[in-house]
Design a protein. Structure first.
Length: 185
């Protein structure tokens, strides 16, 4: 009986290890260009992002930014990622939901921003707050944003997917996949 349990445990562990190796070597076929895309991993300041190789590490302009990636073929002539995911960390005190909601109440007062939706969502098995909104920059480019807020102690992390409105939906599946595999310690 004891030997059977040990044997089953060894088989389960072997399956998990083999499954982990397969998942980390997943290849995506991008039908539009027939390129093979492999998964990459980057970690910084307690945040780990697993992302396809057709996205690249990028710099963010926000002082609160922890880590950012951009879709490689969506980087403009000024080397700014037009389709990107940025993870920011902001320290807060008090109630998490009130802190986040206050940020969006301030945005709604600005005519350059338009709230599309908000509510609770599941983020890797925990409740998070999600806000979808558009912004109109000074250059007239309308961008759509999907922000997912997660609480870690007295830090609020926001995972922000942004793209020009005409490219938002076309990149949403990849962004959702990347977001669902972000780990915040």
């Amino acid at each position: 009986m004891k030997i059977t349990k040990i044997g089953i445990a060894i088989i389960v562990i072997a399956i998990l290890v083999f499954g982990f190796i397969i998942v980390n070597n997943v290849q995506f076929n991008n039908n539009s260009s027939n390129e093979t895309v492999t998964m990459q991993t980057i970690s910084k300041c307690g945040v780990t992002i697993n992302y396809p190789s057709n996205w690249v590490y990028s710099q963010a302009t926000s002082n609160d930014s922890v880590i950012a990636i951009s879709k490689q073929n969506q980087i403009d002539g000024l080397e700014v990622g037009q389709v990107n995911i940025n993870v920011e960390r902001r320290e807060f005190t008090g109630d998490f939901a009130n802190f986040v909601n206050k940020s969006y109440n301030n945005l709604q007062a600005d005519p350059a921003y338009n709230m599309v939706s908000s509510g609770e969502v599941d983020f890797n098995g925990e409740t998070a707050l999600q806000y979808i909104y558009t912004s109109n920059s000074t250059g007239g480019v309308i961008r759509e944003h999907k922000a997912i807020w997660v609480e870690r102690g007295n830090n609020a992390y926001v995972i922000l997917y942004s793209a020009p409105i005409d490219r938002f939906d076309g990149n949403l599946d990849a962004a959702d996949y990347i977001i669902s595999h972000i780990i915040i310690n």
